[in-house]
Design a protein around this ligand. Structure first.
Ligand code: FES
Ligand code: FES
Length: 213
Protein backbone atom coordinates (compact mmCIF):
# COMPACT_ATOMS: atom_id res chain seq x y z
CA UNK A 1 0.00 0.00 0.00
CA UNK A 2 1.23 3.44 -0.85
CA UNK A 3 2.34 5.55 2.12
CA UNK A 4 0.40 8.81 2.51
CA UNK A 5 2.45 11.78 1.36
CA UNK A 6 3.13 14.63 3.81
CA UNK A 7 1.37 17.06 1.44
CA UNK A 8 -1.81 14.85 1.42
CA UNK A 9 -1.88 14.79 5.19
CA UNK A 10 -1.40 18.53 5.22
CA UNK A 11 -4.35 19.07 2.88
CA UNK A 12 -6.61 16.69 4.79
CA UNK A 13 -5.64 18.31 8.07
CA UNK A 14 -6.36 21.75 6.71
CA UNK A 15 -9.81 20.67 5.40
CA UNK A 16 -10.65 18.97 8.69
CA UNK A 17 -9.55 22.00 10.69
CA UNK A 18 -11.56 24.35 8.45
CA UNK A 19 -14.65 22.15 8.87
CA UNK A 20 -14.16 22.03 12.63
CA UNK A 21 -13.80 25.82 12.77
CA UNK A 22 -16.98 26.28 10.74
CA UNK A 23 -18.86 23.87 13.01
CA UNK A 24 -17.54 25.63 16.11
CA UNK A 25 -18.67 28.95 14.70
CA UNK A 26 -22.14 27.54 13.98
CA UNK A 27 -21.77 28.06 10.24
CA UNK A 28 -23.45 25.73 7.74
CA UNK A 29 -20.91 23.61 5.78
CA UNK A 30 -21.65 25.60 2.62
CA UNK A 31 -20.37 28.76 4.30
CA UNK A 32 -16.78 27.52 4.12
CA UNK A 33 -17.05 27.25 0.35
CA UNK A 34 -18.00 30.90 0.00
CA UNK A 35 -14.43 32.08 0.39
CA UNK A 36 -13.91 32.35 -3.35
CA UNK A 37 -13.09 35.45 -5.37
CA UNK A 38 -16.36 36.86 -6.64
CA UNK A 39 -16.77 37.85 -10.27
CA UNK A 40 -16.32 41.48 -9.35
CA UNK A 41 -12.92 40.64 -7.77
CA UNK A 42 -11.53 39.06 -10.96
CA UNK A 43 -8.24 40.48 -12.14
CA UNK A 44 -8.76 42.88 -15.01
CA UNK A 45 -5.83 43.67 -17.23
CA UNK A 46 -5.38 46.76 -19.37
CA UNK A 47 -2.63 48.14 -21.52
CA UNK A 48 -1.14 51.56 -20.95
CA UNK A 49 1.56 53.49 -22.78
CA UNK A 50 3.54 56.41 -21.42
CA UNK A 51 6.96 58.00 -21.55
CA UNK A 52 9.30 57.61 -18.62
CA UNK A 53 12.38 59.80 -18.58
CA UNK A 54 12.01 60.30 -22.32
CA UNK A 55 11.62 56.61 -23.18
CA UNK A 56 8.36 55.11 -24.46
CA UNK A 57 6.95 52.15 -22.54
CA UNK A 58 3.87 49.99 -23.07
CA UNK A 59 2.71 47.76 -20.25
CA UNK A 60 -0.06 45.22 -19.74
CA UNK A 61 -1.14 45.71 -16.14
CA UNK A 62 -3.66 44.64 -13.54
CA UNK A 63 -5.83 47.75 -13.47
CA UNK A 64 -5.24 48.07 -9.71
CA UNK A 65 -1.49 48.62 -10.19
CA UNK A 66 -0.34 51.98 -8.89
CA UNK A 67 2.01 54.11 -10.94
CA UNK A 68 4.65 53.59 -8.24
CA UNK A 69 4.40 49.79 -8.49
CA UNK A 70 4.38 49.92 -12.29
CA UNK A 71 7.63 51.87 -12.27
CA UNK A 72 9.33 49.86 -9.54
CA UNK A 73 8.09 46.32 -10.26
CA UNK A 74 7.56 46.38 -14.03
CA UNK A 75 10.14 48.89 -15.29
CA UNK A 76 12.62 48.30 -12.43
CA UNK A 77 13.02 52.02 -11.81
CA UNK A 78 13.46 51.75 -8.07
CA UNK A 79 14.55 55.33 -7.43
CA UNK A 80 11.01 56.31 -6.41
CA UNK A 81 10.45 54.93 -2.93
CA UNK A 82 7.47 53.40 -1.17
CA UNK A 83 7.23 54.78 2.33
CA UNK A 84 3.66 54.79 3.61
CA UNK A 85 1.78 53.69 0.43
CA UNK A 86 -1.00 55.99 1.68
CA UNK A 87 -0.16 59.41 0.26
CA UNK A 88 1.23 60.67 3.54
CA UNK A 89 5.02 60.71 3.32
CA UNK A 90 5.99 61.95 -0.16
CA UNK A 91 8.69 59.30 -0.68
CA UNK A 92 7.01 58.26 -3.95
CA UNK A 93 6.80 61.80 -5.40
CA UNK A 94 7.55 62.07 -9.09
CA UNK A 95 6.72 64.50 -11.86
CA UNK A 96 3.92 63.76 -14.35
CA UNK A 97 3.33 66.24 -17.16
CA UNK A 98 5.18 68.90 -15.15
CA UNK A 99 3.24 68.41 -11.91
CA UNK A 100 4.36 66.47 -8.85
CA UNK A 101 2.16 63.63 -7.65
CA UNK A 102 2.23 60.93 -5.01
CA UNK A 103 2.60 57.96 -7.32
CA UNK A 104 1.37 55.52 -4.65
CA UNK A 105 -2.08 57.11 -4.91
CA UNK A 106 -2.37 57.09 -8.69
CA UNK A 107 -3.29 54.13 -10.86
CA UNK A 108 -0.89 53.50 -13.72
CA UNK A 109 -3.72 53.08 -16.23
CA UNK A 110 -4.75 56.70 -15.58
CA UNK A 111 -1.55 57.88 -17.22
CA UNK A 112 -2.05 56.91 -20.84
CA UNK A 113 0.14 59.23 -22.93
CA UNK A 114 1.72 60.94 -19.90
CA UNK A 115 5.30 62.13 -19.68
CA UNK A 116 6.77 60.93 -16.40
CA UNK A 117 10.03 62.04 -14.81
CA UNK A 118 11.55 60.03 -11.98
CA UNK A 119 14.73 60.72 -10.04
CA UNK A 120 16.60 58.56 -12.58
CA UNK A 121 15.64 61.04 -15.29
CA UNK A 122 16.71 64.21 -13.48
CA UNK A 123 20.43 63.63 -13.45
CA UNK A 124 23.21 61.09 -13.57
CA UNK A 125 26.14 60.61 -11.18
CA UNK A 126 28.46 62.46 -13.55
CA UNK A 127 25.93 65.16 -14.47
CA UNK A 128 23.76 65.87 -11.46
CA UNK A 129 20.70 68.09 -11.61
CA UNK A 130 21.52 71.37 -9.78
CA UNK A 131 19.21 70.40 -6.91
CA UNK A 132 20.84 66.98 -6.60
CA UNK A 133 24.25 68.67 -6.46
CA UNK A 134 22.98 71.10 -3.80
CA UNK A 135 21.64 68.21 -1.68
CA UNK A 136 25.09 66.62 -1.80
CA UNK A 137 26.83 69.89 -0.97
CA UNK A 138 24.52 70.71 1.96
CA UNK A 139 24.13 67.17 3.33
CA UNK A 140 20.43 67.25 2.55
CA UNK A 141 19.98 63.62 3.50
CA UNK A 142 21.10 60.95 5.94
CA UNK A 143 19.66 57.53 5.05
CA UNK A 144 18.54 58.91 1.67
CA UNK A 145 15.21 57.08 1.58
CA UNK A 146 13.11 60.23 1.25
CA UNK A 147 15.63 61.99 -1.00
CA UNK A 148 14.32 61.05 -4.48
CA UNK A 149 10.87 62.27 -3.48
CA UNK A 150 12.30 65.42 -1.89
CA UNK A 151 14.28 66.27 -5.02
CA UNK A 152 11.42 65.58 -7.46
CA UNK A 153 9.17 67.65 -5.24
CA UNK A 154 11.72 70.46 -5.04
CA UNK A 155 12.17 70.60 -8.80
CA UNK A 156 8.39 70.87 -9.21
CA UNK A 157 8.21 73.57 -6.50
CA UNK A 158 10.57 75.80 -8.48
CA UNK A 159 8.29 75.36 -11.51
CA UNK A 160 5.16 76.10 -9.46
CA UNK A 161 6.63 79.36 -8.17
CA UNK A 162 7.87 80.31 -11.62
CA UNK A 163 4.33 79.72 -12.94
CA UNK A 164 2.95 82.09 -10.27
CA UNK A 165 1.01 79.43 -8.36
CA UNK A 166 0.48 80.70 -4.79
CA UNK A 167 0.72 78.56 -1.66
CA UNK A 168 -1.02 78.72 1.69
CA UNK A 169 1.63 81.16 2.99
CA UNK A 170 1.99 83.44 -0.04
CA UNK A 171 1.40 86.90 1.49
CA UNK A 172 0.15 88.69 -1.61
CA UNK A 173 -1.90 86.71 -4.11
CA UNK A 174 -1.66 89.52 -6.65
CA UNK A 175 2.15 89.57 -6.66
CA UNK A 176 4.49 86.85 -7.93
CA UNK A 177 5.45 84.38 -5.15
CA UNK A 178 9.06 84.55 -4.00
CA UNK A 179 11.26 81.56 -3.21
CA UNK A 180 11.56 82.42 0.49
CA UNK A 181 12.31 79.98 3.29
CA UNK A 182 8.66 80.15 4.42
CA UNK A 183 7.40 79.36 0.90
CA UNK A 184 9.79 76.46 0.49
CA UNK A 185 8.97 75.00 3.92
CA UNK A 186 5.25 75.18 3.19
CA UNK A 187 5.50 73.76 -0.31
CA UNK A 188 7.77 70.92 0.81
CA UNK A 189 5.64 70.04 3.83
CA UNK A 190 4.23 66.96 2.11
CA UNK A 191 7.68 65.38 1.97
CA UNK A 192 8.52 63.82 5.31
CA UNK A 193 12.13 63.09 6.30
CA UNK A 194 12.35 60.62 9.13
CA UNK A 195 16.04 61.47 9.58
CA UNK A 196 15.10 65.11 10.15
CA UNK A 197 17.39 66.58 7.49
CA UNK A 198 14.94 69.46 7.01
CA UNK A 199 17.31 72.37 7.72
CA UNK A 200 19.89 71.03 5.25
CA UNK A 201 17.21 70.36 2.63
CA UNK A 202 16.07 73.96 3.03
CA UNK A 203 19.65 75.23 2.65
CA UNK A 204 20.05 73.22 -0.55
CA UNK A 205 16.81 74.57 -1.95
CA UNK A 206 17.59 78.15 -0.96
CA UNK A 207 20.94 77.90 -2.70
CA UNK A 208 19.32 76.76 -5.97
CA UNK A 209 16.55 79.33 -5.53
CA UNK A 210 19.17 82.04 -5.10
CA UNK A 211 20.85 80.99 -8.32
CA UNK A 212 17.51 81.06 -10.09
CA UNK A 213 16.36 84.21 -8.45
FE1 FES B 1 3.44 57.57 -1.46
FE2 FES B 1 4.16 57.71 1.11
S1 FES B 1 4.64 56.15 -0.36
S2 FES B 1 3.11 59.18 -0.07
FE1 FES C 1 16.42 59.52 5.85
FE2 FES C 1 15.09 61.60 4.86
S1 FES C 1 17.22 61.20 4.74
S2 FES C 1 14.30 59.80 5.71
Amino acid sequence: MQEPRASDIGRRDVMRTAGACAAAAGLPPAATAQIQPSESEEVRMASVSFQVNGQAHSLELDTRTTLLDALRDHLHLTGSKKGCDHGQCGACTLIVDGRRINSCLSLAVMHEGSSITTIEGLGQPDSLHPLQAAFVQHDGYQCGYCTPGQICSGVAVFEEVRAGIPSHVTPDLMAPAALTAAELRERMSGNICRCGAYSNILEAMLEVAGRQG
